[in-house]
Design a protein around this ligand. Structure first.
Ligand SMILES: *[C@@H]1O[C@H](CO)[C@@H](O)[C@H](O)[C@H]1NC(C)=O
Ligand SMILES: *[C@@H]1O[C@H](CO)[C@@H](O)[C@H](O)[C@H]1NC(C)=O
Length: 305
């Protein structure tokens, strides 16, 4: 019983210290409907203005308008001025601090056969929401996150080209973890963008990468004269920062990650590192698959600065 309580307290403390704050982001969108006609087309602008709204359906006449970055209809832009005594709508959501919309649109198309996030990786969350999904993707070293179908959290490293503009009203499924928020819909995603480089790529104080692109050739003889193989201690949690931490604890001032799950420590290079194309360091870190931890006999090197 005592053990359980301690464990729960530990989890709570770790949760608080490791937890990032949340922030609310809002942007103007087209009104959901006008005069009984649902929103049909929506083009949103990076400066917060609403470029185009079209409403039609049920035999009702086409209606259109644009709104400025304060949410007011732009004079002369509307099909009928008296339809637009109201302002633009506002769409708000909670995200992890440092995250914001991934592009102008609130809602974009995303299908299994044509994924919109580069290196799309689905994370299982029992309580999905923009705040939970951006937190999960942040911790895993990804720079993009997207919610879909209410329950799905996707992580990625970029947006592929050709995001289709679809109205925000089509991303209408409630999030499984917060019913006051929407989490996309079937084949429709709400996408967010976080810090780049990601927080998971930050190194402990006083350490830096060997070079801007720190990927070097390794061999069976190993990079360091005094090699300490810390890999097995980390394996599933390996990241450059976790490897450096373990090397610090064991008294080394150089570290290298390789093959996704390997971590090496040392104090002396066997010979001057031969830098190779960073593209050879292409194995996702086991502990943060959004970032890379070396490759096949390709090691990413870090040292005290
Ligand atoms: C649920 O979402 C609403 C709207 O974004 C937000 O105000 C609220 O803080 C969220 N609840 C939790 C528990 O995060
Ligand atoms: C978005 O996908 C739907 C199918 O789910 C398709 O009918 C529609 O044309 C797509 N929208 C755009 C703007 O490409």
């Amino acid at each position: 019983m005592l053990l359980i309580v301690i464990l729960i307290q530990l989890v709570a403390i770790v949760g608080i210290t490791a937890g990032l704050g949340q922030t609310q982001i809002c942007r103007f969108v087209c009104p959901d409907s006008v005069g009984g006609s649902p929103l049909q087309e929506e083009i949103l602008n990076p400066n917060g203005a609403v470029n185009v709204c079209d409403w039609f359906g049920n035999g009702l006449a086409l209606r259109f308008a644009s709104f400025d970055s304060a949410g007011n209809v732009i004079p002369g832009s509307a099909s009928s001025n008296n339809q637009f005594t109201t302002r633009a709508g506002e769409h708000c959501t909670q995200v992890t601090e440092g995250w914001t919309w991934a592009n102008n649109q609130v809602c974009i198309n995303d299908t299994v056969s044509s994924r919109i996030l580069e290196r799309d990786t689905i994370v299982q969350l029992s309580n999905n929401s923009p705040e939970a999904c951006t937190a999960a993707c942040d911790a895993l070293g990804f720079t993009f996150a997207g919610t879909e179908f209410g329950s799905e959290c996707h992580c990625g490293v970029g947006l592929t080209t050709g995001t289709a503009n679809i109205p925000h009203t089509q991303c209408n499924m409630a999030c499984t973890g917060n019913s006051s928020e929407t989490c996309g819909a079937g084949d429709h995603m709400e996408a967010f963008q976080g810090p780049n480089p990601p927080r998971a790529a930050q190194l402990p104080a006083g350490w830096s990468a060997f070079a801007d692109a720190p990927c070097a050739r390794d061999s069976a003889a190993r990079m360091f004269v005094d090699t300490f193989i810390a890999g097995p201690l980390l394996a599933a949690t390996n990241t450059p920062a976790a490897c450096v931490d373990l090397c610090i604890q064991n008294g080394f001032d150089k570290a290298g990650v390789e093959g996704g799950d390997e971590c090496y420590c040392g104090t002396e290079f066997r010979s001057a590192p031969e830098l190779i194309d960073q593209g050879e360091c292409n194995q996702p870190c086991q502990g943060a698959p959004g970032i890379f931890c070396g490759g096949n006999f390709a090691i990413q090197l870090y040292l005290t600065s």
